[in-house]
Design a protein around this ligand. Structure first.
Ligand code: ATP
Length: 257
């Protein structure tokens, strides 16, 4: 195996089960997600990719009748332990959704929202965070003169980069992305993919994607899920060229899904 196995593991998932209304959606998932890299979750529709992603920052807590069993460690902290502060957890584990969802407020206020929530009030500090976050999300040059304009006036691709800026403004450790380019055209998709490649130097990224070419292009590690189970996980190149499991081979060659 490559360097990946020697790298520090940022997230460890142990014996994870997820049930919706008593129906099992994730079955005994065990996974280690390497630090400062991109891990792609792939698999056919309904296999549990988004559910697994949402377990990583406890978004499933919002789903009535969802029940999680097992352990997920962020570094050494069990995020399902009773004392876990969910606001702190979601500061450390940020999320970007399928459809760009900027808040109906200015571009500036979108990015400043998280830092303000976490107590930053100093204007020059906020200015600095907003500028750095927009630069890191490759949006600064396009919006630096229109920061007070409504975020909703931006194009879809710009809105999604703004959502990335908003997510990274609180300096998370992990960034979860749930099909972040599925609503975007090829040009906007290419920009987000380049952005993800740059961001992995600073964050641990976990991305759900339907698009296997995208997984191959941007991820270091790929995990293949099928019917709520993790079939196989490994370096992306290996998963796409010489998978161990026949079901992975069938999926990546387009035999189903
Ligand atoms: N809120 C919910 N309540 C009940 N069942 C749910 C809920 N969310 C997801 N499920 C079920 O859990 C299973 C996994 O869904 P999930 O959305 O995680 O799959 P997915 O692989 O992300 O699918 P897709 O690629 O279509 O988005 C599916 O059978 C789905 O119907």
């Amino acid at each position: 195996m490559s360097d990946i196995t020697r790298d520090v593991m940022k997230v460890k998932i142990e014996n994870l089960f997820l049930y919706y209304e008593g129906v099992m959606a994730l079955k005994n998932i065990n996974m280690k997600i390497p630090n400062k890299s991109v891990t792609a979750l792939i698999g056919p529709s309904g296999c549990g990719k988004s559910s697994l992603l949402r377990c990583l920052n406890r978004m499933n807590d919002f789903v009535p009748n969802a029940k999680v069993e097992g352990r997920i460690y962020l570094d050494d902290t069990d995020i399902y332990s009773p004392g876990m502060d969910l606001i702190e957890l979601r500061k450390k584990v940020g999320m970007v959704f399928q459809r760009p969802n900027p808040f109906p407020m200015s571009i500036y206020d979108n990015v400043a929202f998280g830092p303000r929530l976490h107590g930053v009030t100093d204007r020059s500090r906020l200015d600095e965070i907003v500028e750095n976050s927009l630069k890191a999300s490759a949006l600064w040059d396009e919006v630096k003169d229109i920061l007070t304009r409504s975020a909703l006036s931006l194009s879809g691709g710009q809105q999604q980069r703004l959502c990335v800026a908003r997510a990274i403004a609180v300096n998370p450790e992990v960034l979860l992305m749930d099909e972040p380019t599925s609503a975007l055209d090829p040009m906007a998709t290419a920009r987000i993919e380049q952005l993800i490649r740059n961001l992995k130097n600073h964050f641990t990224i976990v991305i759900v994607t339907h698009n296997m070419q995208q997984a191959a292009r941007i991820s270091d590690v790929t995990a293949f899920l099928l019917m709520g189970e993790l079939v196989e996980m490994g370096p992306t190149e290996k998963i796409f060229t010489s998978p161990e499991d026949q079901r992975t081979a069938d999926y990546i060659t387009g035999r189903f899904g």
